[in-house]
Write a protein that binds this ligand. Structure first.
Ligand code: 9RB
Ligand code: ZN
Length: 377
């Protein structure tokens, strides 16, 4: 069965305004206005590459619609949804809560279109129209918590899709694998006490949010053991990521036996990303994609849905995203990574002892996940 694909022009019209990279322009404080780093450019270039390389022809397009209030309120508070709408209705836009999450005019509706597109993609997987899928959406979602936007994120798209999968589609157990270079703190917080949603985040230690995503954050109450974090030291490359996949992510998925795997697909762990210091190349994302697709085949009939998150190098991220998407679709296009000769040597350094130690600390926690045979339900 084919791969679904969600995209929409409004995703590119989410206006993050003038900034200096990621902080609001402040001319009187010497911060000159320029483009915000989470601009449409990179996302547009991904979509254009998916089209230009011919892959788009083989994907099943899914036309997004706005998430309903019922869908949003499974995850977010009414007060936050109202705040977001009010900011979005302002002539000049506003912010979703932390001062780093710009809301342009109409961005509330666009954020709902992003969440709703992901919900419909998950539904298409459940109904067997597609095996898996990719939602190339903006704004991103993984930092947004129940009651605030954060780190460019307005609505937690993955959390809304996970709750929809559980409440409308009969998928009892959902696993979220977050490979964005930043900690998936919002998704983790939303499901922190819930053992029916396993959250796993691979990220650069201490990058963003500050003081978030340590290995000791492991869930609470009934959810103890069902939040996993692999904080990787700065400078980690493909060897560290693949070690983390084999020692933590795949064993955790095998124990958890999800009915559906959701992937927070950020490509800001690439070696040229301005917002982090990791060393991945396009082929690293291909390999990570392959391992996740194989896990989904083994555990849940191939049901895997990826939501776009971060990635800020406009000329390299499209090749990373294409490599990942090719693995979902099981199709290799004629376009190969034009930067491979430079990027692969960066990515292919050996696994260093301090990286192994960080990963192995997380690997000890995998045993806390109950296996199917020792779960009562
Ligand atoms: C803070 C600052 C950030 C830094 C990185 C991101 C990346 C998000 C992403 C967002 C906001 C500054 C906390 C500057 O790609 N997620 O996947 N903000 N960083 N000053 N302060 C106090
Ligand atoms: Zn990120």
């Amino acid at each position: 069965m084919p791969t679904g694909y969600v995209h929409h022009p409004h995703y590119l019209w989410h206006d993050t305004g003038t900034s200096a990279g990621l902080i609001p322009a402040a001319p009187l404080a010497g911060v000159a206005p320029g483009a915000h780093i989470e601009s449409p450019d990179t996302t547009r270039r991904i979509h254009e590459l998916v089209h230009a390389c011919g892959l788009l022809r083989d994907l099943v397009p899914i036309e997004p619609r706005q998430a309903t209030m019922v869908e949003l309120l499974r995850v977010h508070t009414g007060a936050y949804v109202q705040h977001l709408q009010e900011q979005s209705d302002l002539r000049g836009g506003g912010d979703a809560g932390d001062g780093f999450s710009p809301v342009g005019r109409g961005s509330a509706e666009i954020a709902r279109l992003a969440a709703g597109g992901l919900v419909d993609l998950v539904t298409a997987v459940a109904e067997g129209d597609v095996t898996n899928g990719y939602a190339l959406l903006r704004p991103p979602g993984h930092h947004a918590t129940a009651d605030t936007g954060m780190g460019f994120c307005l609505i937690n798209n993955i959390a809304v899709a996970a709750r929809h999968a559980q409440e409308e589609l009969g998928f009892a157990r959902v696993a979220v694998v977050d490979v964005d270079v930043h900690h998936g703190n919002g998704t983790q917080a939303i499901f922190y006490t819930d053992p029916s949603v396993l959250t796993i985040s691979l990220h650069q230690a201490g990058c963003f949010p500050p003081d978030s995503g340590g290995v000791e954050e492991n869930g609470a109450g009934d959810g103890l053991g069902y939040a996993l974090n692999v904080p990787l030291p700065p400078g980690s490359g493909q060897a560290a990521y693949l070690h983390a996949m084999h020692q933590v992510v795949l064993p955790a998925l095998d124990r958890f036996t999800p009915d559906l795997i959701l992937v927070a697909a950020g490509f800001d762990g690439n070696a040229w990303d301005p917002l982090a210091r990791q060393m991945l190349c396009a082929d690293s994302y291909r390999q990570i994609g392959r391992l996740l697709v194989d896990a989904a085949d083994r555990l849940c009939h191939g049901r895997l849905v990826a939501a776009h998150e971060g990635g800020y190098n406009p000329w390299y991220v499209p090749h990373c995203a294409l490599a990942f998407l090719e693995e979902l679709a099981g199709i290799t296009t004629p376009v190969t990574d034009p930067y491979a000769a430079i990027a692969e040597p960066y990515a292919s350094g050996p696994l260093l002892p301090h990286q192994r130690e960080a990963i192995d600390e997380a690997a000890y926690l995998v045993d806390r996940i109950a296996t199917a045979t020792n779960t009562a339900a």
